[in-house]
Design a protein around this ligand. Sequence first.
Ligand code: BV8
Ligand code: ZN
Length: 241
Amino acid sequence: MAAGSDLGILKEKVAKARSLTILTGAGISADSGVPTFRGADGLWRTFRAEDLATPEAFERDPRLVWEWYNWRRELIATKNPNPAHEAIVELERRCQEFWLITQNVDGLHPAAGSTKLSEIHGNIWKVRCTGCGVISENLEIPIPILPTCQLCHALLRPHIVWFGESLREEDLRRCDEALRACDLLLIIGTSGIVYPAAGFASVAKHVGALVIEINLESTPQSDLVDLSLQGRAKDLVPLLL
Ligand code: BV8
Ligand code: ZN
């Protein structure tokens, strides 16, 4: 558990931050009961996320990929934001210059009230047409196993960034701006393995920002950051207020 003194230092840094940027991963939603990717509960049947979250997997077997996303939607639909999500909404309200970057597709940050936000890997409640490209919200539980577009009847896919697919230019631009402008970057609940998000800490570090990590355990980023606080996001993040 993080030392009291470290928490005190961090609380002060947050209060004094001119420009605060936060990067989150699956760990922040773990306390809401959403499985992480690499945690013990990360596996779905016998597949690894990297095997299903790819354009090739969808090309090969769209039914299987939709079954997986439907399973995750049904699970996430019963989950609520936790005190860590809520504390981040309060930090957005307090900090003059603020941006939240999330790798999570579960939609719990916007559900908590976050607005200054980039969902860089997409959102599981949005679908995109493989024919005409129209993007729409879809909250159906269960979603039809091979959903089609109401406009052109082509197959719909999750509006999610899969492995091997580039992030949206607008998101990359907005994230780069927030990482280069911030004087404090908070990294919460991510294993720091998937790029380009795994490279964000060094971008902020490069411009002289203080980089602080909150995670249950140490990560490949722990040597790079200025301070690594170990504990549950739901316990530690609210203590920053
Ligand atoms: C791209 C949507 C251009 C899908 C996701 C450079 C080097 C090596 C490889 C690459 C590279 N550049 C590109 C790549 C390839 C690839 C990549 O990074 N591969 C990895 C596996 C090495 N990147 C891409 O393909 C990206 N596209 O770069 O396009 C290109 C393409 C090809 C080649 C070059 C360039 C697209 C990446 C996005 C993929 N989509 N998600 C879906 O969700 O269905 S990624 C997905 O996995 C998540 O969004 C997230 O990003 C990642 C999982 O990481 P975490 O969120 O951190 O979750 P994880 O379970 O791993 O860890 C949880 C952490 O929380 C742990 O540390 C744990 O200790 C902690 N924790 C747990 N409980 C708590 C907690 N902490 C606090 N409190 C708790 N209670
Ligand atoms: Zn269409």
